[in-house]
Design a protein around this ligand. Structure first.
Ligand SMILES: *[C@@H]1O[C@H](CO)[C@@H](O)[C@H](O)[C@H]1NC(C)=O
Ligand SMILES: *[C@@H]1O[C@H](CO)[C@@H](O)[C@H](O)[C@H]1NC(C)=O
Ligand SMILES: *[C@@H]1O[C@H](CO)[C@@H](O)[C@H](O)[C@H]1NC(C)=O
Ligand SMILES: *[C@@H]1O[C@H](CO)[C@@H](O)[C@H](O)[C@H]1NC(C)=O
Length: 396
């Protein structure tokens, strides 16, 4: 709490400092949105931040959920702190800590007034402006791109994501999935993924608008970035969402995943995301023990395509594949003998063991290698146990 108050107070100083910069920039760029943080450089920073959030959703997600998410103000504040003199900020922060609660309150009122004077647009207003821009067919490609990038940041807080559909935003963004420019399609898929991540309300809205079919199609794009963001959006849509998963299977999403995993010339990032999604989907099957398991998950070719990822030189992919195999082994419908005879899981696990032993000798990788080895060992034990069980069931 104390920290957030100091942040707000810091904001006051920063806002004052930015007042002139704002007027100047708006005049210079004649930006239709009037977003004073949306010059190209800052946008780049924000975009990098958004990009960094993508793969490691958990850590940043947690951070945002502490206070219900970023507001665009806070996002701007983050940026401002990054661009300010740290010594001065520290000094201000020190002052702030010596204020009495009354003084804090007075200052807060002051900020509120100041913000009203500056006509700081609310997140909803910012979203509405971006959505109106998207809906304008005569908008330049560059401005369309910018509007989507703004939405990408704005939909991160869950409250904003929940407002998006009300404002016509989902329909507008989904419309962009058909845009002739691949970059526009890419960032649109990304916005949909961001908005639906860990958000059952938005998941349901997007699924209801029928975009899953289009996103599955987009994963086959010859533009790797488009395929990756479409798969990111699909993962976000089906995560913990039985209806989404049903639609995904109906659109042959599982076959799409197998195709990706069977083709070693496909972008490694797409393969990582695919194997991760397999692990996630199977985990859901394990969680609902009363439901029938998808027969596809015991398909020999599919299982081989997953186990083969363990032999990848990419450690991240290997680790994700281990998780997927661990879950697949625990399905009732899979057979340990298939993992052994068809997939040669025992060979893959032994090769990985040797590789990890080597890695443990390197100081920088030791800790990581120990962790992965413990997962590998766990998979091995589950595998051996399953083999044992089948042996006793079907004596030869
Ligand atoms: C920007 O425009 C406003 C009004 O449109 C004007 O008052 C101000 O002087 C302009 N600032 C610059 C730096 O041109
Ligand atoms: C659409 O965009 C064009 C070009 O930026 C602009 O001149 C026009 O006013 C916009 N139309 C609406 C309805 O906002
Ligand atoms: C977009 O424009 C169409 C007509 O051109 C309109 O029917 C629709 O309500 C607009 N959507 C938004 C979100 O403004
Ligand atoms: C494998 O992927 C590459 C690159 O995307 C593609 O050109 C090729 O047709 C794919 N091969 C098969 C058998 O699908």
């Amino acid at each position: 709490m104390r920290q957030s108050i100091s942040l707000i107070l810091l904001l006051l100083i920063i806002l004052l400092a930015m007042r002139f910069a704002r007027t100047e920039r708006v005049n210079k760029s004649e930006a239709s949105t009037g977003l004073f943080w949306s010059t190209s450089k800052e946008e780049g920073d924000l975009l990098r931040k958004a990009q960094a959030d993508d793969d490691s959703s958990s850590s940043t997600q947690e951070e945002h959920q502490l206070d219900g998410g970023f507001s665009s103000l806070e996002g701007m504040l983050q940026w401002a702190i990054g661009h300010s003199d740290p010594a001065k900020l520290k000094e201000t922060a020190k002052d702030v800590q010596h204020l009495s609660p009354e003084e804090v309150k007075t200052r807060q009122m002051g900020i509120k007034e100041l913000m009203e004077k500056l006509k700081m647009p609310s997140d909803a207003q910012l979203m509405k402006t971006a959505i109106d821009d998207l809906n304008n067919s005569s908008l330049s490609l560059e401005d369309r791109h910018r509007a989507l990038q703004e939405l990408l940041i704005l939909v991160e807080p869950i409250d904003n994501a929940n407002d998006l559909h009300k404002l016509g935003g989902l329909t507008a963004v989904i419309g962009q999935l058909d845009h002739p420019d691949p970059e526009i399609r890419t960032i649109s898929a990304w916005v949909l993924g961001k908005a639906s991540q860990n958000n059952p309300v938005v998941q349901k809205q997007i699924l209801g608008l029928g975009s899953l079919t289009k996103l599955v199609e987009m994963v086959n794009s010859k533009f790797p970035e488009e395929a990756i963001k479409a798969l990111f959006a699909l993962s976000a849509l089906v995560n913990n969402n039985p209806e989404g998963q049903e639609l995904f299977y109906r659109e042959a999403g599982h076959l799409m995943l197998q195709n990706i995993l069977s083709n070693s010339s496909i972008d490694i990032r797409l393969r990582r995301k695919s194997v991760y999604l397999v692990a996630d989907l199977v985990e859901c099957q394990l969680g609902s023990s009363n439901k029938e398991e998808l027969p596809f998950f015991s398909n020999q070719l599919f299982l081989k395509s997953v186990v083969d990822q363990i032999a990848s030189p990419d450690l991240d992919l290997q680790e994700k594949a281990l998780y997927a195999v661990k879950n697949l082994l625990q399905l009732r419908s899979t057979e340990a003998l298939v993992f052994k005879e068809v997939c040669e899981l025992d060979v893959a696990l032994e090769r990985m063991r040797q590789q990890l032993q080597q890695l443990m000798l390197e100081e920088n990788f030791k800790e990581y290698a120990v962790d992965v080895e413990s997962l590998r060992r766990e998979v091995e034990l589950i595998f051996l146990e399953k083999l044992d069980k089948e042996d006793t069931q079907v004596p030869t």
